[in-house]
Design a protein around this ligand. Structure first.
Ligand code: PRP
Ligand code: URA
Length: 209
């Protein structure tokens, strides 16, 4: 069973509270999401393997640690996942970015696939799927399935706000995937929105409502 890591760092929780508030506008919402993504990236990459190399400081030669050749990829689920990409890329400038396009059908609430573009060597990379919202879990599960169908098997999921239903679905469908999340809210409402949540993440990022 994949582990669930709740990132309850005070900076993350404070910024998330600001994002939840209805009066927070698109500019602040985007900036806060990007800042939280950077802070979460720090936790998500905690277990990257390291090696020691020989270097020379202005004082002497010594051994020092670097990340050991692990190739990473960030995969945002469009649209809202785009708001988390900069935060990761700012800390991991050599990572590649793939894109998965999914939207929830307004009637069925089921994800509909419309785009997938991955780096050519995606299957050799550790992939970090990012999406602020884990509601029914349908979009995250389908995105991970799309990656697995293309040979990718080393996958983590990073979300901002989730709920028990979405977490259960990911854990049951993809027991090999660890979830990193800032908050596990109470439940879904009749429209499958997270309660209390933060509303429609894509609309709040892009000002489309
Ligand atoms: C939102 C969100 C997730 C999905 C979560 O995207 O960004 O991708 O819903 O819901 P689920 O867990 O029930 O699948 P949406 O479908 O609204 O598309 P958008 O980001 O393009 O607005
Ligand atoms: N998508 C969102 O953007 N918000 C929710 O609460 C659920 C799905």
């Amino acid at each position: 069973m994949g582990q669930v890591h709740v990132i309850n760092h005070p900076l993350v929780q404070h910024k998330l509270t600001l994002m939840r508030q209805i009066e927070t506008g698109a500019k602040d919402f985007r900036e806060l999401l990007s800042e939280i993504a950077t802070l979460m990236c720090y936790e998500v990459t905690r277990d990257l393997p390291m090696e020691e190399i020989e270097i020379e400081t202005p004082i002497c030669k010594c051994k020092s640690k670097i990340i050991s050749g692990k190739k990473l990829g960030i995969v945002p689920i469009l649209r809202a996942g785009l708001g988390m990409v900069d935060g990761f890329v700012s800390l991991i400038p050599t990572c590649r970015v793939g894109h998965i396009g999914l939207y929830r059908d307004p009637e069925t609430h089921l994800p509909v696939e419309y785009y997938c573009k991955l780096p050519p060597d995606a299957s050799e990379r550790e992939l970090i799927v990012v999406d602020p919202m884990l509601a029914t879990g349908g979009s995250s599960c389908d995105a991970i399935t799309m990656l697995k169908k293309r040979g990718c098997h080393n996958i983590k999921l990073v979300c901002l706000v989730g709920c028990p239903e979405g977490i259960k679905k990911v854990q049951e469908t993809h027991p090999d995937v660890d979830i990193f999340i800032a908050a596990i809210d109470e439940r879904l409402n009749e429209n499958k929105y997270i309660v209390p949540g933060l509303g429609d993440a894509g609309d709040r990022i892009f000002g489309t409502k």
